[in-house]
Ligand binder design. Sequence first.
Ligand code: MG
Ligand code: MG
Length: 247
Amino acid sequence: MITIKSHQELDCMREAGRIVSGVFEQLRKAIRPGVTTGQLDKIAYDFIIKHNATPSFLGYNGFPKSICTSVNDQVIHGIPGEVCLIDGDIVSIDIGACYKGYHGDSAKTFGVGRISADAKKLIDVTRQSFYEGITLARPGNRVSDISSAIQKYAEGNGFSVVRDFTGHGVGSRLHEDPQVLNYGRPGRGARLEPGMTLAVEPMINTGSYHVYMEDDGWTVRTADGALSAHYEHSIAITEGECEILTK
Ligand code: MG
Ligand code: MG
């Protein structure tokens, strides 16, 4: 069931979104060669708690940490720990915060030190594929109009779109209906209406779209070992252009 959020609910989601975006500001300063993903997790946890929210991912289906940190060929759901970032890595950071019962969910990929031209292009195309998608996030359009625009842009730039994980509705639950695929034909799925809130999150690979899960039961990696990037915001459908809640 797709829920339509009230003004009060949207206000809570905006605040959750501001907190998530505040965490990104802190992490952007902290990401450099030599930092561990566990240190980044600690910064995020402290910031979220200090702002009267809770980390959405901590304990979610047993996830052990507050954020996901996925390095290089890791796609999503990497578990922060002792891994030390080194010059030339890329790291995808996924953050969720819950404020007064409402979630904000956002992800970005960062370069560590100096990164290759290929890695930079992947990060840029992944971010832009999100923006191409959300130009279609308007009342009257359908969910898969977003999906199709993401795929077209990513593949048009020579990359592939992960199939096994998708975006989703977001609100009082971290994952709600509808599913928001990052590929597929336009004109399908639910019709968008003001008050719907979606987490749109392309996961884009430089190689093939195939992925597998590591033995830890969380970390998803590209099957061919190629790089992967992730970009996500929680958005609200309005009467006109969508509103980015996690900006
Ligand atoms: Mg996320
Ligand atoms: Mg999400």
